[in-house]
Design a protein around this ligand. Structure first.
Ligand SMILES: [Zn+2]
Length: 276
């Protein structure tokens, strides 16, 4: 079984426009020639696009992660997210650290049956160890909501980095970390620091959008030091084909049991769908 814990979709009406804006952001940061003439996504960023391509990518279930870039968008985004709740695709909710009602938003999401939320502090421009974010993380821990957050640099957004491994480590002084998932293996393009500051802590890490960028040996080292029991499979689809993520993980020389933990066992445990 393969569960992709890190995918993105948009409502049909705004999907093409949203992806075009994100691609423009990537070429703005990486240079106009970055993968010139190529689409940077492998499928349409819609629910239909996701469901259609999952079989070819060997994915059984996908978790969809929405992001509120302004507090005023939150209610709208969460309303759409609530409609994405099937056996094959399940959306998390979102909240913005600038929202003075952030704790109520989380309570409301919990009541509506959401399993977790996504934070993208690179868009939201708050440090992971800021009081505004700690307050959200403490509330989420109390409500048993999962929190998956962008970690490290972002290919399409300028510095500063709001979630470097060192600040994530500092944030862990305030929460247990057992319900947290740091995306991009703990810190995109900051993997030496992940190895030093985060490997071995209580948090989970996903494997989204790392396969083309990380040194395979360093990746294996991080997974082994952190423990495969706290790594969850994520692709960042539509930005990476989960089939490519899987191929990369299979090339690392991990054991069958380590791969099973990463591809689905840890995800099922986090979603509360198995005993251990
Ligand atoms: Zn993502």
């Amino acid at each position: 079984m393969l569960i992709d814990f890190h995918t993105h979709i948009f409502p049909e009406k705004i999907a093409a426009r949203s992806i075009a804006a994100l691609e423009a952001g990537i070429r703005n940061i990486q240079g106009a020639d970055y993968r010139k003439g190529e689409a940077l996504t492998f499928r349409p960023a819609t629910l239909a696009g996701l469901l259609d391509t999952m079989p070819a990518s060997h994915v059984d279930r996908s978790i969809c992660l929405p992001i509120a870039t302004k507090p005023a968008q939150t209610a709208h985004i969460n309303d759409y997210a609530e409609t994405v709740r099937s056996e094959r695709a399940l959306s998390f909710g979102t909240v913005h650290p600038a929202d003075p009602e952030a704790e109520q938003v989380l309570e409301n999401l919990k009541q509506r049956g959401f399993r977790g939320i996504k934070l993208h502090l690179q868009f939201q421009q708050y440090d992971i160890d800021s009081p505004e974010v700690i307050r959200i993380l403490q509330k989420a821990e109390q409500l048993h909501l999962l929190v998956i957050f962008h970690a490290g640099a972002d290919i399409g957004l300028p510095p500063p980095v709001y979630t470097p491994p060192k600040k994530i480590r500092h944030m862990l002084d305030y929460v247990s970390g057992g319900n947290l998932i740091a995306a991009h293996l703990g810190g995109w393009e900051q993997w030496e620091d992940v190895l030093e500051y985060l490997a071995g802590t209580q948090i989970y890490m996903d494997t989204a959008y790392i396969s083309q960028f990380i040194d395979p040996q360093l990746c294996t080292e991080i997974i082994r030091k952190h423990g495969a029991g706290k790594i969850v499979f994520g692709s960042d689809s539509p930005w990476e084909d989960p089939a490519d993520t899987l191929r990369f993980l299979q090339s690392l020389g991990l054991s069958d049991e380590e791969l099973a933990l990463i591809t689905h066992k840890n995800a099922l445990r986090l979603l509360g769908e198995c005993e251990k």
